[in-house]
Design a protein around this ligand. Structure first.
Ligand SMILES: [Fe+2]
Length: 238
């Protein structure tokens, strides 16, 4: 079977597909992704949060075995930790249930450790361009700073899992600790420039009723791609 047909890819929405009784999960509308190899049955979870047992049950129902977690960035609604006084489950709970590594971009490591309580031995530290192999399925990590210092996107075949770097409408905020509007501008216009228009954007939140959209359409329609210069972009989104 060729790799395209082997890809296992699921998009699960908090409050709908899991964590149905979690008011924060429903309100935040986070997506968790499962990316794996349907032949070897290996899978990684992108930004597992809110209800780890339910996410593991979803993978088990499909006969998949969780081999790791990919973290787009350190915010507690993606990796767990304390948010607005609420303790959210995340990668730390995942590690207690299935020993594996959390794949984190180098610049995000201190932030992820601080928010989740994970230690160095829990993390696999990456640079941009690194490839994580899940079974025989390669996932390319792209460092896209701006929303946070070590935000990263994941390219698997023609799918871009973008975390909070880019949504169908708008992009991630830059007013949280570590945010940098100029970096986000460069990430959107340069770091992601090589990802083709026919790739499909899978965002970190369901801020738009459509769960995904071709990147080319997003580049045409999303306001964050309208400014013609960095100065114009910063004036609108900085
Ligand atoms: Fe975020």
């Amino acid at each position: 079977m060729d790799l395209e047909n082997r890809l296992y890819f699921r998009q699960w929405l908090a409050g709908r597909d899991f964590a149905r009784r979690d008011p924060i999960g429903g309100q935040m509308a986070n997506y968790v992704y499962a990316v794996g190899d349907s032949v070897t049955k290996d899978v990684v979870l992108v930004d597992p949060c809110y209800a780890i047992d339910e996410l593991l049950a979803l993978t088990q129902k499909d006969g998949m075995n969780v081999r790791g977690a990919l973290a787009t960035h350190y915010h507690p609604d993606h990796v767990g930790g304390d948010m607005f006084g609420h303790s959210l489950q995340g990668v730390r709970e995942l590690l207690t249930k299935c020993p594996c590594k959390v794949h984190v971009q180098r610049d995000e490591v201190p932030w992820v450790k601080h928010v989740t309580g994970c230690g160095d031995s829990d993390l696999a530290t990456h640079s941009s361009g690194d490839i994580v192999l899940v079974g025989q399925i390669p996932i390319t990590l792209i460092h896209t700073p701006g929303h946070t210092p070590g935000s990263q996107c994941f390219l698997v075949q023609n799918r871009l899992v973008a975390g909070d770097t880019l949504f169908l409408q708008g992009c991630g905020r830059t007013d949280f600790p570590g945010g940098d509007p100029r970096q986000l501008y460069l990430s959107l216009t340069q770091k992601l420039a090589h990802v083709p228009d026919d790739a499909v954007l899978y965002p970190g939140h369901a801020y738009d009723p459509r769960g995904q959209q071709a990147l080319g359409i997003t580049r045409r329609e999303n306001a964050v791609f309208k400014p013609k210069s960095e100065a114009e972009w910063l004036a609108m989104f900085g």
